[in-house]
Write a protein that binds this ligand. Sequence first.
Ligand SMILES: Cc1cc2nc3c(=O)[nH]c(=O)nc-3n(C[C@H](O)[C@H](O)[C@H](O)COP(=O)(O)OP(=O)(O)OC[C@H]3O[C@@H](n4cnc5c(N)ncnc54)[C@H](O)[C@@H]3O)c2cc1C
Length: 390
Amino acid sequence: MGEHSYDIVIIGGGVMGSAAAYYLTRADERLRVAVIERDPTYARASTTLSMANARIQFSLRKNVEISMYALEVLENFETEMAVEDRKPAISYRREGNLFMVDADGRDDAEAALAMQQSLGCRIEWWTPEETRQRYPLYDTNGYVGGTFGPHDGHFDAYAFLMGYRAKARSQGAVFMEGEGSEIITQHGAVAGVRLQSGDVLRAGVVINCAGAWCAEIAATAGIELPVQPTNRQVFALDTAVKPETPLPLTVLPSGLYFRTETGGLILLGKSMPDDAVGFDFRWDDKRFMDELWLELATFVPSFDRLKLVRGWGGLYAVNTLDGNAIVGQWPSVKGLYLANGFSGHGLQQAPAVGRYLTELILGRPHVLDLSIFDPQRIMEKRPLTEKGLV
Ligand SMILES: Cc1cc2nc3c(=O)[nH]c(=O)nc-3n(C[C@H](O)[C@H](O)[C@H](O)COP(=O)(O)OP(=O)(O)OC[C@H]3O[C@@H](n4cnc5c(N)ncnc54)[C@H](O)[C@@H]3O)c2cc1C
C-alpha cells in the first residue's frame, strides 16, 4: 500500500476518461494526470459495446453543437491523434442518419430541423418518394417524410478510444489498472481516491468518468446520482437481400434503429421499457424474433428473410431525471467533477465534454459552454428537455 500524488485523478478510462486526459494534458503538459481503469480490455465498457454513431439530429441545441464539434474531430482524428508515425484507423463512414417522420412527429421534426439548419447544419427534409428513390427497399407508407443528415456516420469506437488513450499517454497521462473504491473528501473538498488495493492517489481534482458504474463511486462521496445502468441489446443480421448501397442509421418513430455494418451485416437495436436495470449484459434472440423482426420487415419487406448471426448487450448510463449528460463540478464537494449519464450518445459527446471539463478545471474561457448540463440541476431536480433520448 502506498500513497501517490497527482493534480487530477480520473476514475474510469473509457472514452470520457481518455478524452478528458487527452484535453487536460494537451492544455498543460505539466499536469500530473492519472486515469484509473479497472478493465483495460474494455470488455464491458459502453464505449466498445456501442453503435458508434455520431449524429447532428438532436432537438436540444446544445446537443447539436456538441455533435458539430464531434464531426469536426472525427474528420481530423487520425492525424491529430498520431503518436510519432503511428496513427489510429477509426474507419469513419459518413453514411448518414435518417429519421423517419410520421404525422404525429411532424411538428417536432420540423422544429428540430429549423433549429439545426439555423446553426448551419446540412440536414435535409426528404419526402417519402425521395426516401424510396434513395433506399428502394424501404416501404414509406404511413410516413410523411424523413430528415437526413449526410455528414453523420459511424466509426470504430475501440480505435477511437485507443487513439485518445495513446495520445494522452504520449502527453504524460498515466493510465493505471486498478479499481477506485472510494472518493476521499475532507471539509467539503475532494482529497483523492482510494483504490481497492489499498493504495491512495492524492489529488485536489477528481473526475468521475465511471460510465454506468458512476453512481456507485459517487455514493462513496455521499452523492446520490440518478443514473441507472440499463441493458440495451444490439442484433447483427445477415439479410438474404443485400441493399445496393449502405443503409444509413435509420430511426423509426418507435425508436427502432438499424444501419449497415462493415461486412454487409445489418445492426439493429431498440430501447425497450422492460430493458433490465442493473449490470446485465445479456442479449436475447427471442426479443429480436418475437418483438423486433416484424417491425423491421414491415418497413423493409425484403428483410423478411434473414439470419440472426449474433448480438450483444451493453449498458446505457441512464440519467433518470432527464436523459441528458451531467457535466461539471458537484456543488457541495469542491474539486469533484462529473462526466456522467450519457445514455445512448456519450461516444460522440466525449470530445466536447473532455474539452469543456479541461477549461472548467483550468479556469479558461469556454469554446463551447456546456453549463446547461451542470450538476446543480440534479441537486435541484430541474430536468432539461430533449425528446427521444432515453
Ligand atoms: C448498445 C449501445 C449503443 C450505443 N450507441 C451509441 C452511439 O451510436 N453513439 C454514441 O455517441 N453513444 C452510443 N452509446 C453510448 C456510449 O457508448 C456511452 O455513452 C459512452 O461510451 C460512455 O463512455 P464512458 O467513458 O462514460 O463509459 P464507459 O465506456 O463504460 O467507460 C467507463 C469505464 O470506467 C471503468 N470503471 C467503472 N468504475 C470504475 C472504478 N470504480 N474504478 C476503475 N474503473 C472503473 C469501467 O471499467 C469502464 O471501462 C451506446 C451505448 C450502448 C450500450
